[in-house]
Design a protein around this ligand. Structure first.
Ligand SMILES: Nc1ncnc2c1ncn2[C@@H]1O[C@H](COP(=O)(O)OP(=O)(O)OP(=O)(O)O)[C@@H](O)[C@H]1O
Ligand SMILES: [Mg+2]
Length: 359
């Protein structure tokens, strides 16, 4: 298993900078998720690592070895895509054996590895079936087994779960996570589904327009987004955002200028920044019914409560915008008149969406 380093990697297609000067290292055994909206360069980055795409500039290293210009075969990577490319006429076991036979491994060795994969992926009955007769989830497992059995230096996964039903996808995520830890494979997994990223990754690399916006643990991205884009892209339900004006006296929210009382050190930081207008962000889980002594509170208008699983949410209007907060499970039927923003968890953004630190 290799450590993978990208050094000022760029890929241009004519005018489009698909990957724009990316530098980052993935540690040996790390589960990395490249996350970002459609067209941000995830697949292109993955294809560069695989050797299927040539960088316009920059370098790629596997451990000490520069592989930037090695052909895919020489890199010992395995890649699994959204749509499985198993050989339809071969049984699953022969699909798994195929790459091993191709490099001349002995019969006994191949049998041993098929048994190993069968155990890890719980393939059992499906070993003797042909891919076309299998449901998508089972087919994807077979594809993963075929990728992993070669013991690649790096495992590359491009939305491998997106063609699978939601219900089964959850289960596949867990399996993938366990498998990756068990085998200790350096894995780079691409998705535009932030929930998938948050549940799988050791580290999430959030991309936008060919660049890295932020890289960190799921917790770091959730708690400490670098900008409004990151705050908005991560987390469900999504962060509440509202225009705000900052003055000597405090902060007013939305067009209606709903005043909100904030900790003095926040006001101090806002004053120091000289910012007059911007936006604030607060995650639904940091917005709860206000107690008598809570000051960073906003009034609740037109409340609608609803449940998702065991959680209860409250939607309400704030200066013409719908906000979402959380109700305690034992709150009863009466709805709060005010909701409190957890002051430690308020994000402040400039009009350009840059996060303003207040700590
Ligand atoms: N072979 C190509 N020729 C021209 N432009 C390309 C090519 N491959 C990708 N692009 C462009 O490069 C940019 C990044 O594409 P890429 O496929 O890497 O994005 P992505 O993050 O994987 O998106 P998605 O989530 O839709 O799969 C896009 O603007 C895309 O149109
Ligand atoms: Mg893609």
């Amino acid at each position: 298993m290799a450590r993978v380093a990208l050094d000022h990697l760029s890929v241009r297609f004519g005018q489009v900078a698909a990957v724009d000067d990316i530098s980052i290292a993935f540690e040996q055994g790390e589960f990395i998720v490249l996350l970002g909206p459609s067209g941000c360069g995830k697949t292109t980055t993955l294809r560069c690592i695989a050797g299927l795409e040539q960088p316009t500039s920059g370098k790629i290293f596997f451990d000490q070895d520069e592989v930037s210009h090695l052909p895919p075969r020489a890199r010992q990577v395995a890649m699994v895509f959204q749509f499985v490319s198993l050989y339809p006429h071969l049984r699953v076991r022969d699909n798994i054996a195929f790459p091993l036979r191709a490099r001349g491994e002995g019969r006994a060795e191949i049998e041993r590895k098929i048994a190993w994969m069968s155990k890890i992926f719980d393939l059992g009955d499906i070993l003797h079936r042909r891919p076309g007769t299998l449901p998508p989830g089972a087919r994807q497992k077979a594809a993963l087994a075929r990728a992993v059995v070669r013991e690649p230096r790096v495992l590359l996964l491009d939305e491998p779960l997106s063609a699978i039903d939601e219900q089964f996808r959850e289960e596949m995520r867990w399996e993938l996570r366990h498998l990756q830890k068990e085998l200790g494979m350096t894995t780079v997994h691409v998705t535009h589904d932030q929930r998938e990223a948050m549940s799988l990754a050791d580290r999430v690399v959030l991309m936008r327009a060919g660049r890295i916006v932020q890289a960190g643990t799921p917790r770091e991205l959730f708690d400490d987004p670098v900008d409004e884009f990151a705050a908005h892209f991560i987390g469900s339900p999504s962060v509440n955002l509202i225009d705000a004006s900052f003055s000597e006296d405090g902060v007013a929210l939305g067009e209606a200028g709903v005043p909100i009382r904030l900790p003095e050190r926040h006001l101090e930081a806002l004053r120091r920044s000289g910012l007059r207008r911007g936006r604030i962000g607060i995650r639904p889980h940091s917005l709860r019914p206000a107690g008598r002594d809570d000051h960073a509170a906003v009034p609740v208008e037109r409340p609608i409560a609803y449940a998702v699983g065991r959680e209860r949410f409250l939607d309400f209007e704030l200066s013409g915008q719908t906000w979402r907060g959380v109700l305690p499970a034992d709150a009863g039927d009466s709805l709060p008149e005010r909701m409190q923003l957890d002051p430690a968890r308020i994000f402040y953004f400039t009009p350009e969406g840059v996060r303003l630190p207040v700590a």
